[in-house]
Design a protein. Structure first.
Length: 259
């Protein structure tokens, strides 16, 4: 008897568990695992990528490999950041983290080529260059103590969204999907900013904290509408759990609106 796809859960429709296991298997490397330098899979990148590519006419194997390639280069770049920011303390682990970033980056090119979409390599290369430029901009701002909130958010959107945006431009060139990705990565950037202002605590001016909170709440509200329209309420339920301060934002919104 055929299974009605509308009665399946979002996880089943997107094959999220299967995709997660597939990507984690591809990222696995025992030496890096033993040294505790392999990153945990980004659930936000996976969910956003899975939602978008589910609308594309792609064979399951190709879709899995495209998502794996995108996520591996995302984490490869993140691992290099961890070394530059001093997040990895022991010298040997620092060296393994650099090697791990290189390892995941090299896998990206191999897996992408395996899909048969070799032409996508040059397009993704532009996204990688944009991400590196955004990270350098943040690094320079920290060195020179020239923090700019709009620039920080803009760079965050590039860091978290350039690869996803490229994936969609290549395989799901729908304006609504691209707008959804833009809203999601904007929320991710504001979520980062929320974490920073919370960490600084009393060092943060009250008006700055309110501005960040308002930006995050606005980004989430627009993302909620776009998510529900494109993918349904269940998708939004999953998406909001991936933002650390989503519940705080919703609770505050209700209080302000008298809910």
């Amino acid at each position: 008897m055929a299974v009605d796809p509308h009665n399946k859960s979002l996880d089943d429709r997107l094959r999220l568990q299967e995709l997660r296991r597939f990507i984690e298997r591809m990222m696995e490397q025992q030496v890096l695992r033993d040294a505790l330098v392999l990153p945990a899979l980004s659930q936000l990148q996976l969910l956003l990528g899975a939602l978008a590519t589910a609308r594309a006419e792609l064979a399951d194997e190709v879709r899995s490999r495209l998502l794996a390639a995108m996520i591996m280069i995302y984490h490869g770049l993140c691992m290099h950041d961890a070394v530059e920011e001093g997040a990895v303390p022991v010298q040997e682990r620092r060296q393994l983290t650099i090697l791990g970033g290189d390892y995941l980056s090299s896998l990206f090119y191999k897996v992408l080529a395996d899909t048969g979409h070799v032409e996508a390599v040059s397009v993704f290369a532009k996204a990688i260059a944009a991400i590196n430029e955004a990270k350098m901009s943040r690094h320079q701002a920290r060195l020179n103590n020239l923090y700019s909130e709009p620039e920080y958010i803009r760079n965050g959107e590039t860091i978290h969204g350039a690869l996803l945006h490229t994936l969609c431009e290549l395989f799901v060139p729908e304006d609504r999907v691209l707008a959804f990705i833009d809203l999601a990565v904007a929320a991710a950037a504001w979520n980062e900013e929320m974490a920073i202002t919370r960490r600084l605590g009393q060092q943060t001016r009250h008006d700055a904290l309110e501005r960040v909170f308002d930006g995050f709440r606005d980004a989430l509200a627009r993302l909620r509408v776009a998510s529900a329209e494109l993918f349904g309420a269940e998708a939004w339920t999953q998406i909001q759990t991936l933002f650390t301060y989503a519940e705080t934002s919703v609770a505050s919104t209700k209080a302000v609106e008298g809910g």
